[in-house]
Design a protein around this ligand. Structure first.
Ligand SMILES: Nc1ncnc2c1ncn2[C@@H]1O[C@H](COP(=O)(O)OP(=O)(O)OP(=O)(O)O)[C@@H](O)[C@H]1O
Length: 263
């Protein structure tokens, strides 16, 4: 059985989720009764300025934190802790420096109780899916930023998660490599259809990748935009310019409302 054979598609639901942080006697409401549904197999992006709750939402879905109220569900299971059904890809891939690319991917599979040989076979297959079959024996210090991020993605997908959570995974890469990584993300999504929550600051990146895009302000989703053009997308087309403008306007309206609120 190959990794591609075991595609799973599971919806994600947030129901009136609130998360507050207390610091020095002051409360910040990072998420404020936030409700959201991500369909099975959907590529869903969150966009919004700093401090609007994107990372908090991602952390709650990953199970790194618990909400103060409301529920986060993957399928019909409530998220309470981190688990292998939700794989996370961070901006900087946290690879073990003493392990090769294949070793890093295989290490992520320990919880699956596979034999060493099967872990290695799955790691090599996954590396080839992300275009790194030639680099399985390289150590992190021998990899470029793009290569390391491919290993991070391979490690996440090798776990065959129900949900992939990506926190600005391409933000630190140069424009050319970022474009390559976006193409990879589109291809993998078409092949695997893992439900994906993707956080980015780039409207263009969200337009290139997503089925739907949510704008966030003040701990809530303010609007959801559908992008139903086929891939590969020409984001310089007039249709995309129109959508880009509408999304930027929505984000700016959120920023203005926030300024008014704190005045
Ligand atoms: N651990 C924490 N302790 C205190 N406040 C926090 C903590 N984590 C987040 N916050 C606050 O909650 C709010 C939402 O933060 P969050 O990181 O979710 O926003 P964000 O949209 O992801 O921002 P960025 O784009 O900069 O990552 C912010 O006001 C932030 O300062």
């Amino acid at each position: 059985m190959t990794a591609t054979d075991t595609t799973t598609s599971t919806p994600v639901t947030l129901d009136r989720v609130t998360k507050e942080y207390w610091q020095k006697g002051r409360c910040t409401t990072a998420l404020d009764e936030c409700t959201l549904e991500i369909a099975a197999g959907e590529f869903f992006s969150l966009l919004g300025p700093s401090g609007t709750g994107k990372t908090t939402l991602l952390n709650l879905l990953a199970g790194f934190e618990r909400p103060d109220s409301g529920t986060v569900r993957v399928g019909d299971r409530e998220v309470r802790t981190a688990g292998p059904d939700r794989a996370v890809v961070f901006q900087a891939p946290t690879l073990y420096p003493w392990l090769t690319a294949a070793g890093n991917v295989a290490e992520g599979l320990r919880h699956l109780h596979l034999s060493r040989r099967d872990r290695k076979a799955r790691a090599l297959q996954q590396l080839s899916e992300v275009g790194l079959e030639h680099a399985a024996g390289r150590y992190p210090h021998q990899m470029s930023g793009g290569m390391a991020q491919r290993v991070g993605i391979a490690r996440a997908l090798a776990m065959q998660p129900d949900v992939l959570v990506m926190d600005e995974p391409f933000a630190a890469l140069d424009a050319y490599v970022r474009r390559e990584m976006q193409e990879l993300a589109v291809r993998l999504q078409q092949e695997r259809q893992v439900t994906t929550l993707f956080v980015t600051h780039s409207i263009e990146e969200a337009l290139v990748l997503s089925d739907r895009i949510a704008t966030m302000a003040d701990g809530q989703v303010t609007e959801i935009f559908e992008v139903d053009s086929p891939h590969p997308r020409d984001v310089t087309s007039s249709e995309f310019n129109h959508l880009r403008r509408a999304i930027a306007d929505r984000i700016e309206a959120g920023v203005r409302a926030e300024r008014e609120r704190v005045r």
